[in-house]
Design a protein around this ligand. Structure first.
Ligand code: WTA
Length: 652
């Protein structure tokens, strides 16, 4: 690391003001803050006017049924028309929408005209399969163009998609299909990852075998691997979609028509189906993509590395960039296949100008060494982004220096599946950046940090709870099938204010620092996983009597999953036990939820009322001296646990 970098880290509060050059050409203007503050509804009207509406709205916001909001009431639009057709109509049909890079090295270029044709064909195909407006469609795909095409086609015909990350297990897929009552599943035979083909269709077969309400499974051929086939249920994409007409007359839907459900982990074992609608969501992702990424659609090559299985892939691959007519890169595989410079090779190959990724990836690249990015010409980059967890100042500086050649602004963007779009971030060209801080709420967004009793904390460095205090267009409209949980989870802690579940503080400069989750949700490589979910998976194994799971600090992944497990009488600890249990969790949830470490223990620390004291377990998992143990029902338990550890710890 350079002397300058070390000095920056030492001072920690060093600000990076925007360069004049960047500021002069920036999409965002300083006045936005004031404008949004003074006339919030007018401000959002203006953002909504960036879209193409079939019928204009009569009312910007209806908050009378709070906490369920209605935005752009009475307005009608078609999301796919906004993301695809209008660019063709505006004479940009030849602009590249996607540069697709497959992991094995195949690639494909898709213009907006071609995207329109393919979305229309898919819309016709889905209609032929019996999918109608309002139906739920599960999408379980690798990161290939058809994944985005399927999403846009659902949007086009008013069907509500529920994308399930391809790394989730058959069991996790099944519960999501069931919860949403999805009548159709779109999948592929598999995809490429780490140099070989993995299967997806077989997981779908397993997931839907008892679900009689699933009518059709539409399968994209990606790897040409063998798949088993149910002739009554399964159909090939190339037979049903690729043969359709490219003409499709779009219908226009109400601004509050459901666009998608996306499941995310909460504090109980059951994932929450976060519901988003069309007009407000698209307004917000389009606006934020424009000002936060400073997108210049005619010249920028934008690359967001997120999978469409996560909210980042929804808002900043499928919808935000396409609504702005941007050209983007999508890449199917892992960063180290076939070599550790794959990403930098892609940046050079396509001349990527804007890169949006996660701190866990940045830290991994730091570990691999500077020679990989150094071997490629990255001079096309002009803006860098980060999302998923706080970026530690060391990684921030490395990202800026080694990837951004010391010249690119970095937008550290805080937001959630629930918020739909970016909420807190610097505005490049306008606001200063500070390594490790997400800086301040975007124009139009109101955030406060509250203490336990709901008092507002000022710019004094005191940690509290992050809360969003005014409705915003992209906000979730509810939890699918469980509006009570929606109210309880987000709106009950602080009257009338949205509780984000994150700790935060303002520093004395008025910059926000995000301090991690305050609930039982872990953040592993930027993915939300609930401790309860992993615990339920563990106790569903016949060997396990009881389990407690904590997120422990992890240099690479942010947090790592550490499980404390009590075996049932008759089950003995042995060399294979930890492996068996880790594999079991992968089967129940997916490989991303595999515990980093499983500790077989004789007892768990509990309060007298029987609540597991995770705080103490976290101390153990992070090798710290134990905190206060006086509330433990049996204070000898911790000695037992600590004593037994060295013998039973398993890690790989
Ligand atoms: C965390 C991802 C700090 C946070 C878009 C939040 C962050 C959760 C940041 C949402 C950031 C996301 N700084 N923490 N820039 N971005 N988080 O729903 O804990 O997958 O509540 O949405 O990720 O995760 P989700």
């Amino acid at each position: 690391m350079s002397d300058e970098a070390l000095e920056i880290l030492a001072t920690e509060t060093r600000l990076f003001p925007p360069s004049r050059e960047f500021a002069n050409q920036a999409n965002a203007k300083k006045e936005l803050y004031e404008q949004a503050q003074n006339n919030p509804l007018e401000f959002w009207d203006e953002q909504a006017d960036r879209l193409q509406w079939d019928t204009r709205w009569q009312q910007t916001l209806d908050w009378s049924d709070a906490p369920v909001s209605k935005w752009f009431v009475g307005g009608k639009l078609n999301v796919a028309v906004n993301c695809v057709d209008r660019h063709v109509e505006n004479g940009n049909g030849d602009r590249i929408a996607f540069y697709f890079e497959g992991e094995p090295g195949d690639s494909e270029t898709i213009t907006y005209q071609q995207l329109k044709d393919r979305v229309c064909q898919a819309a016709n195909g889905l209609t032929q399969l019996g999918i109608k407006s309002g139906d739920r469609v599960a999408i379980y795909m690798p990161m290939i163009p058809q994944a985005v095409i399927a999403m846009l086609a659902c949007a086009r015909i008013g069907a509500t998609h529920s994308v399930v990350f391809g790394g989730f297990s058959a069991e996790a897929l099944r519960s999501r299909i069931e919860d949403a009552n999805a009548t159709h599943v779109i999948t592929s035979d598999g995809g490429f990852r780490k140099g070989s083909a993995f299967a997806l269709k077989s997981a779908v077969d397993e997931a839907v075998k008892d679900l009689a309400f699933v009518q059709k499974v539409l399968v994209v051929k990606r790897t040409a691997q063998e798949v088993s086939w149910d002739a009554k249920r399964d159909v090939w994409w190339d037979e049903v979609v690729d043969t359709q007409s490219t003409a499709h007359n779009p219908e226009f839907f109400d601004a509050e028509h459901p666009l998608f459900i996306l499941y995310t982990s909460g504090t109980t074992g059951k994932p929450k189906g976060i519901l988003h609608t069309t007009g407000g969501y698209l307004t917000q992702v389009s606006y934020t993509h424009n000002v936060v990424f400073d997108i210049k659609p005619a010249t920028d090559i934008y690359w967001c590395t997120a999978d469409v299985g996560w909210i980042t892939g929804h808002s900043y691959v499928a919808y935000g960039p396409t609504s702005n007519g941007a050209t983007q890169v999508i890449y199917e595989g892992t960063p180290d296949t076939p070599h550790k410079a794959r990403w930098w090779e892609i940046v050079e190959k396509y001349g990527v100008t804007i890169l949006y990724t996660a701190p866990t990836a940045i830290r991994t690249f730091m570990k691999w060494g500077d020679e990989f990015p150094a071997a490629h010409n990255l001079s096309s980059l002009r803006l860098l982004g980060s999302v998923g967890e706080s970026i530690n100042p060391e990684a921030w500086i490395w990202y800026r220096e080694t990837i951004g050649a010391g010249k690119c602004p970095i937008v550290d963007t805080w937001w959630q599946t629930e918020t739909g779009g970016i909420m807190i971030s610097p505005l490049p060209g306008v606001t200063d950046c500070k390594p490790g801080s997400a800086m301040r709420p975007l124009p139009g967004i109101s955030a406060e940090i509250l203490n336990e009793s709901g008092e507002v904390l000022s710019h004094n460095g005191h940690a509290g709870y992050l809360s969003l205090t005014k409705p915003w267009p992209g906000m979730l409209r509810g939890i699918w099938g469980d509006m009570e949980r929606f109210r309880e989870n987000y709106w009950s802690k602080f009257e009338g204010k949205y509780f984000a579940g994150d700790g935060a503080k303002w520093d004395t400069d008025g910059a926000i620092w995000l301090l991690g989750r305050v609930d039982d949700v872990m953040n592993v490589s930027g993915h939300r996983i609930s401790t309860t979910e992993v615990e339920s998976a563990l106790v569903s194994h016949p060997m396990v009597a009881e389990a407690a799971v904590v997120g422990a600090n992890d240099e690479m992944t942010g947090q790592g999953i550490v499980a404390f497990v009590i075996l049932r009488a008759g089950s003995v600890d042995g060399p294979d036990v930890a492996k068996t249990l880790r594999d079991h969790v992968a089967k129940e949830i997916g490989a991303i939820a595999k515990p980093r470490q499983i500790m077989i223990v004789p007892e768990l620390p509990k309060t007298r009322s029987g609540k597991i004291m995770r705080r103490l377990l976290r101390d153990v998992a992070e090798n710290r001296t134990l905190g206060d143990v006086t509330t433990l029902a049996d204070s000898a338990v911790m000695n037992l646990i600590s004593a037994g550890l060295s013998a039973t710890t398993t890690e790989d």
